[in-house]
Design a protein around this ligand. Structure first.
Ligand code: GLV
Length: 379
């Protein structure tokens, strides 16, 4: 493809370059994928207000998320297995984000470890925590994130058990991949990907491998999750983690007003309105449709971020207009990564920044910090 103009172009390229099981892992939601689809389609239903003859010079998308400067209010979401979209994927995405001036969030379920990413980057990144039954392991992960200089901990609240994604089960997803004829075929038809993977040692869950006791089967994400993720996680544990960590804390996975109130009471620095990209409770409402209610309920108590369904700079603007202080992209950067490695992640960020900038101008605003619900068309 000669010209990459939008995130959908990167998605098409990634599909050609990444083995099916890993491309599908990113491009999947739970069960019927209705929430995954709604995350995107509900954004499309929000209309913008066109304004004219407003001075459009000297525009800026710069703002802050949890008090940290960002060149635009878009962080990279924590995504499992990014290092299977492209060799050393988490390192490349973290470098691209740092160079662009936006936060990168490393998932607990990453391929490159906290230490791998810290060694390859100069700016602090954020670390996303899943809570395991083995609390020593959790303590250790938090300690490792501190030693690496991570500048926020993103605690995921909505994945105590794993939602069922049909594509992953049908594909027999694992990291490292199994060597069945089907999987070998999927990889052989992606020679560039294979070459990259042959050039790195990072092919398994390196935050866990060699660090966790009693992990019996690392090869299967779903069986390991079912075995190790703590289904008893509760609000007292949030307090315990907050105290252990002692730094900026972001709670991810709030989709309900009552939960938002509980989350605000913890004293966390921000909450992320999220349904885990439609990967957990299929049938839940889209993130963007819940944002206004959550802003009404706790907007004066805690900073509110949003993830789920953002595929363009217009979507970013819509989320900011509805009260989010920051947003996250998961699939858009994974598609960029799968398509072209670090260059593709930078491309995804550039596309979104350009769209956000032009949209802001055509809505009559010059600063993202001035964007509010006045840019939305109301019937
Ligand atoms: C893990 O976070 C997943 O959604 O697969």
């Amino acid at each position: 493809m000669s010209t990459v103009l939008e995130i959908a172009d990167l998605k098409k390229l990634a599909q050609r370059r990444v083995p099916k099981m890993f491309f599908d892992y990113a491009d999947s939601g739970a069960w019927t994928e209705s929430t995954y689809r709604a995350n995107e389609s509900d954004f499309a239903n929000i209309k913008l207000r066109q304004r004219v003859l407003v001075d459009m010079t000297d525009r800026s998308l710069a703002t802050t998320m949890i008090g940290q400067n960002v060149t635009m209010p878009v962080a990279l979401s924590p995504t499992g297995l990014a290092g299977m979209q492209h060799a050393d994927g988490e390192i490349l995405a973290a470098q691209a984000a740092a160079e662009f001036g936006v936060p990168f969030t490393l998932s607990t379920m990453s391929i490159c470890s906290i230490e791998d990413v810290a060694a390859a980057t100069k700016k602090p990144f954020w670390f996303q925590l899943y809570v395991m039954k083995d609390r020593d392991f959790v303590r250790n992960l938090i300690e490792r994130a501190k030693v690496a200089g991570c500048s926020a901990l993103v605690l995921t609240l909505d994945l105590q058990i794993l939602g069922q994604r049909h594509k992953d089960l049908r594909n027999g997803l694992s990291a490292p991949p199994k060597f069945t004829p089907k999987h070998i075929w999927q990889m052989m038809t992606r020679p560039q990907w294979c070459l990259g993977m042959m050039g790195t040692q990072r092919r398994t869950f390196r935050n866990i491998d060699g660090h966790a006791k009693g992990v019996s089967d690392l090869s299967s994400l779903s069986s390991w999750t079912a075995e190790q993720f703590d289904p008893k996680l509760n609000w007292d544990d949030v307090e315990w983690i907050k105290n252990l960590w002692g730094g900026p804390l972001i709670l991810k996975g709030i989709l309900d007003e009552e939960d938002a109130l509980m989350a605000a009471k913890t004293g966390a620095d921000a909450i992320i309105v999220s349904n885990h990209g439609g990967r957990q409770l299929d049938g839940a409402p889209s993130s963007i449709s819940m944002l206004p209610r959550i802003v009404d309920t706790v907007g004066d108590k805690v900073e509110i971020h949003l993830d789920g369904g953002i595929r363009s700079g217009q979507d970013v603007l819509k989320a900011i207009a509805l009260g989010a202080k920051g947003t996250y992209i998961g699939r858009p950067f994974l598609y960029g990564l799968g398509a072209m490695g670090k260059t593709g992640v930078t491309k995804a960020l550039e596309i979104i920044a350009r769209e956000a900038d032009i949209t802001m101008a055509l809505c009559g605003k010059r600063r993202i910090t001035d964007v509010d619900s006045s840019i939305l068309h109301k019937d």
